[in-house]
Write a protein that binds this ligand. Structure first.
Ligand code: ZN
Ligand code: ZN
Length: 759
């Protein structure tokens, strides 16, 4: 026998509740190693004894072939004295006070569970809650830590002997799978009709399928909340859902049983396919096929569509293909207009009663409501619009290491962020805090994350905007807990968010092209078209879009026509009666508007880039009023004609970006009846060229050649991709988001990053 040595190995990251110990156990056995593995509250500890070569192999396997749901942040090891172990064992967990370990997000059903689900011989054949250590609910069911069944919403389901045996067997793929369940002991589904009649289990499922097939709308309890579903290929069903949901024209996402169903209606690139099939199963924004039979009402005014694959066993059973059964389904958040997603049975029956014809319910409680994540693929990487299910509460690594902080984010698309050590735990998508229920969810979330990550903030950061509910919360929190409060300018937070997202650690300042709708400026005006030079420590405002009076303040945001008129008056452009915003504005309203703008009553100044997009959408005649955020800009992007290269002029006057020339030429194109798509494209190209011109100017003057792109306007993928391409061609290093959204969902990370740089 060759010489034996021993090692102690410590692993940090998402390594609990993901089948890590069974993996170590079976790997060690296979390599003839002896020793033990155990969970500690700081990760996983291993002591292994054997041949040097086999010990190296163990490390290799840990590094390169860990269980699919684990996420290793650190592996440390050292040589120790060999001991005599009898075999390899899994030891009881060891608790280290004050330490914490990251928690896994909710994960889509794995392949093994999927094949068992449809295997007639399997004990869990057609069981809607089948899961294992590689898949199933996590964040949504956790009440408290340590992550053990009694601290989840599975506590009320005592395990049967079959489940218990699997749960306790280290070689079983359900070893310590906390949500383990089967038809004998676990949660069950039922279908509830409007009259209250309930049909249980398989029969209930079949009734739900019958409803869908008949074009009815049903509410489905999913992983993180309720969906409203109908046959996506049935125009009447889609229309009815849209009317009953009273919301707007916001696009619906669709779900398919398999890639085949999705590819029938959408063009999918290789990188998009990878995203759709990933274990997170997000909604992915892709192009619709040119000729497709989907009703236009699914995504009005858009050639893109949000698609996802069935991600729970219940979805698979509900969508399973069958002769004459629909192949694509609308799966939209179960809410009315902008309310948060419904997540309890009682709430669903009350709030969704006017929308759904029937309800597919179950008795596994959702503790934390988590919306579907929404992404696109940009440059082969993730590009988030909403980071939530499947990703939260996975941490984003922070370059600077420090104490425990809380950052409360912005007001729209709110997320909050706890940070500790090298981790930033960004919450799931919370939403618009002005909505009462959403604000309650924010308060509950802040409290819950503090408990599960064992973080007692020593400092707190918020936005500079005094009226944000998150700011007011932070002020009170700081006062109550006697901890320092830091107010951070909105666009500075966007810049820092982009730096943290890219793990940019240098002290050299970068150029921040920070374009969004609204953010409170250091001068009290509404900023949003900002070119900053800076880093975490500070910034200077190098350029900004010209100031424009916003008639009626926030009210104007819903009415692009008012913004267009404000731009015309501000720039002394002849009020040509043929222009769309003038044609569509009521004469009385127009008179009041002109008076208001000339006398400057209730017209706060804004430099918002979002408003410039609104004004152009109105001028072209795309949209004069909106019913969801950024609708005008989104529809403007949809009519782009990618082969047009022309642009309008943008002038730099000291540090102000002037758009008079742009508007004059754009209006002249309108008078010449140039097609809307051409004008929209030329406008987008102008913004790209403006970015390029400014970046080159700053590089010439200050030698800065890294450009960060952040703010909600960068959700415009044409603008983003073209800007990245041209900046790179000119030799710039371009930083853009890939771990958090460019919109206000990324603000909390930026705040956290600034907070810890100012130690
Ligand atoms: Zn599984
Ligand atoms: Zn069971």
């Amino acid at each position: 026998m060759s010489h034996r040595s021993a090692r102690r190995i410590h692993i940090k990251g998402i390594v609990q509740g993901v089948g890590f110990r069974p993996f170590v156990f079976s790997t060690a056995k296979a390599l003839n190693l002896t020793g033990w593995v155990r969970n500690s509250s700081a990760g996983v500890d291993i002591v292994a004894s054997g041949n040097l070569k086999d010990l190296d192999l163990l490390l290799e396997k840990l590094k390169f072939e860990p269980p699919p749901l684990s996420k290793i942040d650190l592996i440390e090891w050292d040589e120790i004295q060999t001991e005599d172990f009898s075999g390899f064992q899994i030891l009881e967990s060891k608790v280290i006070p004050g330490e914490f370990i990251p928690i896994s997000p909710d994960i889509a059903i794995c392949e093994d569970c999927q094949s068992e689900l449809f295997d007639q011989q399997d004990h869990r054949f057609r069981y809607p809650f089948i899961n294992c250590t590689n898949c199933g609910p996590r964040l949504t069911i956790i009440r408290d830590i340590p992550y053990d069944r009694p601290k989840t919403t599975m506590a009320i389901f005592p395990m049967c002997s079959v489940c218990k045996n699997e749960y306790e067997n280290p070689t079983n793929r359900r070893f310590h799978a906390q949500p383990i369940a089967c038809p004998d002991c676990g949660p069950k589904i039922w279908f509830q009709e409007k009259n209250g009649h309930r049909t249980l289990r398989e029969e209930g499922l079949q009734l739900a399928r019958k409803y869908l097939k008949e074009g009815k709308i049903i509410a489905i309890k999913g992983l993180g909340g309720f969906h409203l579903a109908c046959d996506a290929t049935n125009p009447q069903a889609v229309d009815t859902l849209r009317n009953r949901k009273k919301r707007s024209q916001k696009p619906f996402a669709v779900m398919g049983f398999s890639m085949r169903a999705i590819e029938k209606y959408a063009d999918i690139s290789a990188s998009e396919m990878e995203l759709i099939l990933s274990k997170e199963r997000p909604i992915v924004i892709v192009n619709q096929k040119n000729e497709n039979s989907l009703p236009k009402q699914i995504a009005p005014g858009q050639h893109t569509i949000g698609v996802m694959l069935a991600y729970t066993p219940l979805h698979l059973l509900l969508l399973e293909p069958e002769q004459d059964y629909p192949d694509l389904f609308v799966m939209t958040s179960g809410n009315i207009s902008e309310e948060p997603i419904t997540y309890s049975n009682a709430d669903c029956l009350e709030r969704l009663d006017t929308i759904a014809d029937g309800f597919l319910l179950h008795d596994r409680e959702i503790y934390t409501r988590v919306d579907d994540s929404v992404l696109a693929s940009v440059d082969g990487k993730h590009y988030f619009f909403r980071r939530s299910r499947g990703y939260a509460p996975q941490s984003v690594p922070l370059p600077q290491n420090s104490s425990m902080d809380l950052s409360v984010g912005a007001e729209l698309k709110n997320t909050f962020c706890y940070s500790k050590g090298e981790y930033a735990f960004i919450s799931h998508h919370i939403g618009d805090l002005k909505n009462f229920e959403t604000y309650q969810a924010f308060l509950e979330g802040v409290d819950h994350y503090s408990r599960i990550f064992k973080i007692t903030p020593q400092r707190i950061a918020c936005d500079l905007h005094p009226e944000y509910l998150s700011t007011k919360f932070a002020v009170e929190y700081a006062d109550h807990n006697q901890i320092p409060l830091m107010r951070i300018q909105h666009h500075h937070a966007h810049l820092a968010s982009c730096l943290a997202d890219n793990h940019y650690v240098s002290d050299t300042p970068v150029i921040g092209m920070i374009f969004d709708g609204t953010g409170y400026g250091t001068d009290g005006n509404i900023w949003g078209g900002e070119v900053l030079i800076g880093n975490n420590r500070g910034f200077k405002r190098a350029y900004h879009l010209e100031e424009m009076p916003l008639p009626g303040g926030d009210q104007a945001i819903m009415h692009p026509n008012r913004i267009a008129i404000a731009y015309l008056i501000k720039n002394n452009l002849l009020l040509n009666q043929m222009l769309a915003p003038l044609q569509t504005t009521d004469p009385d309203e127009l008179e009041i508007l002109v008076k208001q703008l000339k006398s400057r009553i209730n017209t706060p100044l804004t430099t918002s880039m979002g408003r410039l997009f609104d004004a152009v959408a109105s001028l072209i005649g795309i949209r004069q009023s909106i019913n969801y955020e950024a609708q005008a800009a989104i529809e403007l992007e949809q009519i782009i004609e990618p082969n047009i290269e022309d642009a309008y002029p943008v002038d730099l006057d000291a540090n102000v970006i002037r758009v008079k020339g742009l508007l004059e030429e754009l209006i002249s194109d309108l008078i010449k009846l140039i097609p809307a798509g051409v004008i929209a494209t030329k406008f987008h190209n102008s913004v790209v060229e403006m970015v390029l011109k400014i970046a080159k100017q700053i590089r010439a003057q200050e030698g800065v050649d890294t450009v960060a792109l952040s703010g909600g306007v960068w959700q415009n993928l044409y603008l983003l991709k073209k800007t990245i391409l041209l900046l790179r061609t000119e030799g710039f290093t371009v930083l853009f988001h890939y771990q958090v959204p460019a919109n206000d969902g990324g603000i909390s990370l930026g705040q956290a990053s600034i907070l810890r740089t100012t130690n």
